[in-house]
Design a protein around this ligand. Structure first.
Ligand code: PMP
Length: 448
């Protein structure tokens, strides 16, 4: 079996995610045979560093021996069981451990099986909480511009990336969108903190005006990942928590992408020292092994649903694979690694190495900004460095970086004009040097 055979069979049968399939007339698909650590290997023997953690899910490398062993053991006893009326050890242990690890007060775990579903659950629970509490006017949500929360209709509606959303406008809920505190737009000489404080005024005004109709504010804490890895200061979350309390509105923290160490702390909310009313987790939850997500919430919210059956207050949402035993076991093995390996501290050293390694990108004539939050580092290309005029999206300059990187052993997958590193935490400094060098060359080519 080689790449060519598999590509041919693939293209005859599979419709791939987030892809214009016609591109594959000239853009080769890459069939992967095996993975080990940060490395992927195709059927022709080419190797690639997975510098984007396979869509931000992998944290401890491919074919991780510790997660493999845990899964083998789980598989021998229970692969899956219905989680309504039944339960199992892995789901219980995982919920107990997540309650201990997440910000104080998140005492209830509702499982589902992908990030979008975790967001849908938070939206429905928030709406339903106000409904059960007799506040029937609360039916809307506030989001930030440039946000992303997934692709199912409810989650898509809460996002603000036109590329994914615009076509489906007629089908979507309409949130009240507040300008993002995205630090890219701060004035020259203005600190990120000052800018986040300044931008919070719009949120405060919106809450003042609409709080009686609003269920919740939904945000991606610290990094708007799919929105080109734009970042903001933790003070925004601090101000938001206080304002949501004052206006009697829930706060939904979508940590699907930033949870489990990506932001530099185990959860991004820790950097603002806040507890949201809902926290959505997925991706790194299982170390990148299996689909699982969890919507965590407070006792207060749980209790608004807890009543006699005939009051019809129960949350009747379900997914067939809720709390899958194998996925929960992979998540437990992932948490074991966090516990045993001093991951957050090691990541601090890796993050600072990435920063040093890419310092020279700032001087590139077509790089507007190199920004970083923890284990996410982003390099933004622009047509004009002074005005920050972006390259037109139709030119697909990021694709040049992607194609160059694949030829040189690295999987980078720029978002528009933004090349980013979001590697598994088991990457070493030589591998960081390689992805940096390849990104530099790719950006040079793309800016020609
Ligand atoms: N929320 C955020 C912040 C995300 O980045 C993503 C996925 N990129 C999602 C939700 C959706 O998760 P999933 O793709 O598992 O549905």
């Amino acid at each position: 079996m080689n790449n060519a055979d598999l590509i041919q069979r693939d293209l005859a049968a599979i419709w791939h995610p987030c892809s214009q399939m016609k591109d594959h007339e000239w853009l080769p698909m890459t069939p992967i045979k095996r993975g080990e650590g940060v490395w992927l290997e195709d059927f022709d023997g080419n190797r690639y560093i997975d510098a984007i953690s396979s869509w931000w899910v992998n944290i401890f490398g491919h074919a991780n021996p510790r997660i493999n062993a845990a899964l083998r053991e789980q598989m021998e006893s229970l692969e899956h069981v219905i989680l309504s009326g039944f339960t199992h050890q892995a789901a219980i242990e995982l919920a107990e451990r997540l309650i201990k690890l997440t910000p104080a007060g998140l005492n209830r775990c509702f499982y589902s099986d992908n990030g979008s579903s975790a967001v849908e659950v938070a939206l429905k629970m928030s709406f339903h909480y106000w409904h059960n509490s007799g506040q029937h006017k609360k039916q809307r949500f506030i989001n930030l511009s440039n946000s992303y929360h997934g692709e199912t209709l409810g989650a898509l509606a809460m996002g603000d990336v036109a590329l994914y959303k615009e076509t489906y406008g007629a089908l979507l809920l309409e949130p009240i969108t507040v300008p993002s505190p995205d630090s890219f737009y701060r004035d020259a000489g203005e600190s990120e903190e000052a800018y986040s404080r300044r931008m919070f005024v719009y949120m405060e005004q919106t809450l003042e005006q609409h709080a009686d109709q609003v269920c919740a504010v939904i945000v991606e804490p610290l990094i708007q990942c799919a929105g080109n890895m734009r970042m903001y200061h933790p003070v925004y979350l601090e101000l938001l928590r206080e304002a949501c309390d004052r206006h009697n509105v829930h706060l939904i923290a979508d940590e699907v992408a930033v949870g489990f160490g990506r932001s530099g702390t185990l959860f991004a909310c820790e950097q603002a020292n806040i507890t949201p009313d809902f926290m959505c987790l997925s991706k790194g939850l299982t170390g990148g092994y299996l689909p699982l997500s969890v919507t965590m919430t407070t006792d207060n919210i749980y209790e608004a649903f807890y009543d006699d059956y005939d009051t019809l207050k129960a949350f009747l949402h379900s997914h067939s694979y809720t709390g899958n035993a194998l996925a929960c076991r992979a998540a437990l093995a992932t948490l074991d690694i966090f516990e045993q390996d001093n991951v957050i501290e090691n990541n601090r050293a890796l993050a600072s190495y990435m920063k040093q390694a890419t310092a020279h990108f700032t001087d590139h004539p077509h790089v507007a900004e190199v920004r970083q939050t923890g284990m996410v580092l982003a390099i933004e290309m622009v047509e004009d460095k002074v005005t920050r005029k972006p390259y037109p999206w139709q030119e697909r300059r990021g694709l040049t970086v992607y194609r160059h990187a694949l030829k040189h052993q690295v999987l980078l997958r720029p978002l528009g004009n933004v090349t980013y590193f979001m590697p598994p935490y088991v990457i070493n400094t030589d591998e960081i040097d390689l992805i940096t060098e390849v990104a530099w060359q790719g950006i040079q080519l793309a800016c020609e």
